[in-house]
Design a protein around this ligand. Structure first.
Ligand SMILES: [Zn+2]
Ligand SMILES: [Zn+2]
Length: 201
């Protein structure tokens, strides 16, 4: 006889799936709210104009496995532990700090710059790109283990001025966000981490 252990819902559960009879040991799944941050810069058709954070838990053989999902506009998601979610929040805030110390005048090398392209004397439209040292957190999974989340500050100097971009990459897919957007994503990650950390089965 198969006994299905059903655990109590976590406090944040808003969408609930009962035990899957086709999967031995499956005790149900719980999903939290989608904590969205609208991303202004997205103009691509078919790409969501937001990044969101969502908690989810799968119960298996009486054990709960909880992850914090970070989902980018292209639908790529990183499955984070509490510690990893806090580490990603930290690099987002550090990225926002780099943004705040960036001179707005084109041509001035920002203090955080570790590499920049050389001005192309032939093509005057060519932008000069300044980049910060990339900051990386590796998500442990479970389904996408080893998935890198990277935050990098980028500045584009063109004839008509300077453009600032805080680039968030999930598994290599790059999304440009503002410092305010990065801080909002960080806040969602931290509140999700707090909720998961205080959850006891
Ligand atoms: Zn539930
Ligand atoms: Zn530079």
């Amino acid at each position: 006889m198969i006994v299905v252990v059903v655990l109590a819902c976590p406090s944040w559960c808003v969408v609930h799936r009962g035990p899957d009879p086709d999967e031995p040991g499956h005790g149900g799944a719980h999903y939290g709210h989608e904590l969205s941050v609208p991303i202004e810069e997205i103009v691509e058709v078919g790409v969501e104009v937001r990044i969101f954070v969502q908690m989810n838990a799968h119960d298996m053989d009486g054990q709960r496995h909880t992850v914090i999902d970070l989902v980018d506009p292209h639908g790529y998601n990183a499955e984070l532990t509490v510690a990893e979610a806090r580490a990603v929040a930290d690099i987002l805030v550090r990225g926002a700090d780099l943004w705040s110390v960036t001179p707005l005048t084109a041509g001035v090398c920002p203090p955080w710059c570790v590499s920049h392209t050389s001005p192309d004397v032939v093509d005057i439209d060519d932008a000069i790109i300044h980049r910060s040292e990339p900051m990386t957190v590796v998500a442990s999974g479970p389904t996408l283990s080893g998935f890198p989340i990277e935050v990098e500050m980028c500045v584009l100097d063109r004839e008509d001025g300077r453009e600032l971009d805080l680039v968030v990459s999930l598994g290599g897919t790059r999304t440009g966000v503002t410092s305010a957007e990065a801080c909002k994503i960080a806040a969602h990650l931290l509140s999700a981490a707090d909720l998961v950390a205080t959850d006891r089965v």
